[in-house]
Design a protein around this ligand. Structure first.
Ligand SMILES: O=C(O)[C@H](CS(=O)(=O)O)OP(=O)(O)O
Length: 236
């Protein structure tokens, strides 16, 4: 049986050997939820950047630019980090490519480069990711983007939810991280929204008046797509 492990923060990635494994990068609030939503809304592909300047420069190549720092949309770009940016019609996204940089999510994607395949996970595409992993039948590491290197509840809960769906097909008992995430998921699942109200990121989003984002990002199985980060691009 393939193994299922969880890396609670990108800072812990040096302890993991991603070679020959599938990395599922997750940043529920909000980068990977926005990536999944962008592709569902008709974006052709996304290119994640670490730096703002490189991201902004992609406008010259016809890209829409999406950039966020500390939760706020950066100056001089088309979109921020809210999934609603791809849904509300203020910017026409259908058929466009997007250059993206965020505080935590794009960093986690780049730091997972050693993996055999890098999958973008969110509650929004939880079932599609689970089905894809079952099909690949390889060892999995969920890479939680966390917040500026710190552990965060929402990404860990995604790891627990994914482990719960894969318990019959993967060894989810070998790592304490997975066992802890499964327990956390069991505690939170009956009222995920209520549970997450206590989390630091939800408090940050509420402070930024991005109240609807959490409610949207915790919807499960909203989209049946599996974004993969390969050769610098994220495509479905
Ligand atoms: O925009 C977000 O949700 C975060 C930034 S912060 O944690 O709110 O400062 O970025 P992400 O890369 O999606 O974690």
């Amino acid at each position: 049986m393939p193994t299922f492990d969880i890396c609670f923060s990108p800072e812990l990635l040096p302890l993991f050997d991603l070679k020959d494994k599938v990395a599922v990068v997750v940043d529920v609030l909000r980068a990977t939820s926005s990536i999944v939503t962008a592709l569902a809304a008709g974006v052709t592909h996304l290119v994640p950047f670490s730096g703002l300047a490189e991201c902004r420069a992609m406008a010259a190549q016809g890209y829409l630019t999406a950039a966020e720092r500390d939760g706020q949309q950066a100056d001089g770009v088309d979109l921020g980090n809210s999934p609603f940016g791809y849904l509300d019609g203020a910017v026409a996204v259908q058929g466009r490519a997007v250059a993206l940089t965020t505080t935590n999510g794009t960093r986690a994607l780049h730091l997972s480069a050693a993996a055999d395949e890098i999958v973008v996970g969110a509650f929004l595409n939880l079932g599609a990711v689970a089905a894809h992993l079952r099909q690949l039948n390889k060892d999995v590491v969920v890479v939680c983007a966390g917040w500026k290197g710190h552990f965060c509840l929402e990404d860990t809960l995604f790891g627990g939810a994914l482990a719960a769906r894969l318990q019959a097909d993967f060894d989810t008992t070998a790592s304490d991280a997975t066992l802890a995430a499964l327990d956390l998921w069991a505690a939170a699942a009956p009222d995920l929204g209520g549970y997450l109200l206590r989390s630091a990121h939800v408090r940050r989003l509420n402070h930024l008046e991005a109240h609807q984002d959490m409610a949207f990002c915790i919807r499960q199985d909203e989209y049946d797509l599996v974004p993969v980060f390969k050769d610098g691009r994220i495509t479905d």
